[in-house]
Each structure stands twice: as structure tokens, then as C-alpha cells.
Design a binder for this molecule. Sequence first.
Ligand SMILES: [Zn+2]
Length: 476
Amino acid sequence: MTIQFYDARRRRKAPFEPLHPGEARLYTCGPTVYKDAHIGNLRTYIFEDLLRRTLKFFGLKVVQVMNLTDIDDKTIRQSHASGVALKTLTAPIIERFFRDLKLLNIERAEIYPAATDHIPEIIALIERLLAKGYAYQAENNVYFSVERFPEYGQLSGMNLQALARGVRIDADEYEDKENFRDFALWKGWTQEDGDVAWDSPFGRGRPGWHIECSAMSMKYLGEEFDIHTGGVDNIFPHHENEIAQSVAATGKSFVRYWLHSAHLLVNGEKMSKSLGNQWTLSDLLERGLSPRAIRYLLLSGHYRQQLNFTFEAVQAAGAALQRLDTLHQAASTAEGDGPARDSVRRIIETARNKFSAALADDLNISEALAALFDLVAEAHRIRREMPLNRAEGFALQNFWHYVDRVIGALITDEVEIPTEIEQLVHNRMRLRTDRKYAEADAIRQELAGKGYQIDDTNQGSVIIWAKGRKLVNIPH
Ligand SMILES: [Zn+2]
């Protein structure tokens, strides 16, 4: 199936063609770790999780990098004001960030680089830009010269004339820039920085935020890679500046697809400090909301559309999950022998096709979920004619596992399987791949003797059952 994404630079949907066949390389701008992520940030991380899971769903190997911005004006100011070392300040925030991801069932990225661990790479990139004449040093600062990069503004649609009319690229108020549009690559040490400083060929100081992402993305993903994401507020200036720095340094295109999630509103209003609606996950859990329902709500709207977060909407998400759970429950307790009815097979097949087609169309999750709810309605209609038998229940559960690889909120009662059992299952899968069916069957018998039953799915994965209860879906 052809996957297509809306690429913000081209301003249209384009078929996804990864640079390396079978693999998707993805950079997602991560948190600035001076305070806990709010639900607006979390919406972006859930959109990125959907993207990641969808790429895997379509059989791609994903390499995702998410940076931890631990050097930035806010972290430094806080560190200096509180007299706490930068790493000491950011460590608990990073820990809570990972806890939030876990609670929301957001899959871990492959790499979480922190800016503080990549100063040499950042310095090397700045040196390349200086050598090529795209950057200049003024006092202890190094700036990127926007004028020397005529393609500036292609992503955001900001042209240099508009900028000349007074739109600022950077909030920095440095007096020594040649041009107010230029942005800092390296910021010379000032008293406010306290002990947050590194030696460099340009003097003691620290990197600007934008260069951190260019240096770390190219280090782990290559000078050219597939997808870069963030929230819409990252487009300008952050992503625009990342493009300028990276393309200027390498002469390559940097990123092939730019994806951004829309704003999250809270009770119909923009999030802001003054409105006090920048809720963190902890705030919401303290008010009794379930992380599962929060995940479902943040996931369920199309990522390019604004989403309105309200407590009622979380409750509605919980009710939607309950409708899905009811059928899942009926499927897992189905009894009786006999083959699955054609009608059951048909509704699953239809839902399967619609679900994957919707995801392939720029992650249209609302449409994918609609296909799931159509299936629920149809399945209940069929149940009313005659209760589900075991084969039908199994087919439905299997489908639940299939869609939950993307939704990540449906299956909650999985039990850990012993390593020994898992090993046997994997051995059997390998034997089957090698067409050694007799030996594979012997392992199936052995597992049955230990109380575990396994079923092969037509996606090449297996589901393990113990005492009639489903345990886990093991991908091939
Ligand atoms: Zn970034």
C-alpha cells in the first residue's frame, strides 16, 4: 500500500518514499526539560507515536531520534536562579518525561540525545558554516547570516521582504548582529549563564537551540533523512533555521518530509500561562482522568486539525473505549465450536481494509477509528442473531491486536509470558520460516503440554494463549 504524507514544505500530500528502502528515519523535536510537558506537548508526542506505529504497521523499520533540549535560555536561567547545576535540574524532569510517555503508552524512540552530550558535534557544524561563509563571528557570538541563504523561508512561507518589515527570527536582543534577521549559533558566555559554558574555537559559551537539532539529527540519521516532525509552532523559526543551517553546511536537502501537528485548545482557548490551562499529565491524573482515555482523545483527532481538550471530551473518549471493550470482552469469552461465519469474516476484512487505507492516507486516524466502530455495530448485529462462537471470538480478538499496534489503547489485560515460553515460540517461528514444519509442530506440542496454545495470524505474527486467555501478540 502506498503511504502518503502531507509535506509542509511542498504544501501537499506526497507518496512516502524512504531514502533507504524498508526503513524510515525520523527526527522528532523533543522537550525542553526545564518543566514538565503540558498536554499540548503531549499531543505532539502522541501524533509522533501514531506516525511511528503506522510506519511499523506498514512493515517499515523505524529509527526515531528525539532530542532532549537541556541547553536553552530557560533551563540556564532556572539553573542560575536556583543555584542548582544544570544536569541536577533537568534529571528529574527527564525522568518524569519518560514516566509520562509510559503512562500514555507512547513507544520509546531509538535514541534520546541530549544537547549537553553533543557539544563537539555542534561546534564542528558551526565551524563548517563559518568555513563556507554562511556564519560570522561578532564579539563572542556566532550568527547565521540569513541573507547568504536565499532559500530561507521555504518551509514557513516567510519571505525575506516580510522579515525586513520587522518579523523577528530570534528573540535574542544581541546588538552585534550584522542584520537583525540573523540568529545565533553560538552564544558567548554572560554572567547569567553561570557555570553553563563550554570552551570552543569561538570562545567560551554555549550553543543556540536551533543548531542543537541540526547537529544531533544529522549525527544519528545522516545528512539527509526521511521525516522531521514537531508542533506547528516549531515551523518558524526553529525548523526554518534548522533547514538553513543543515542545507548550507552540507549542500544536501536535509529532510524529505516535514510533518507538524496542529495546536491543542483547552476548553476552546489557546493554552497560555496566564489562563492557567497548561495542564501536565500529573495535573490530569490528580483530577481522576485515566491515561488510557487521555491517550485515546489526543490520538483520535487528525493531527493537522486543532483539537479541543475538555474534561467532557476525555469522558467521551472513555465511553468510546468502553464500547470497544464490550465487544472485545464478548469476543474473549465466546464459547462453542464450529467455524467462523462468513458474515464475521467479511466485517473483519472490510474493517481491516478501511483501517489501513485510512492510516496510509496521511494518518487519517479518525477515519480508521470509524471503520472500527462500524465493525463493532455490525458484530453486535451478528451476535444478536446468534452468539459468537470461539472461532469468531478468536478472529475478532486477533483483529483487536492488529489495530492496537497503532491505537495502543485497546489491549490492557496482557500478562507477562515467561522467557522460556517466548524462546520456544521464537524457535518455532524460525523453524516454520525454514519450512521445517514437523519440528515446528513438535514445539507446538511441547507448548501445549505446558499449558500454552499458539495461533498463527495471517500477518505473520502469533498470539499466545494460556488457559483460554489471550496473552500477547508476538510480531514475526
Ligand atoms: Zn528541534
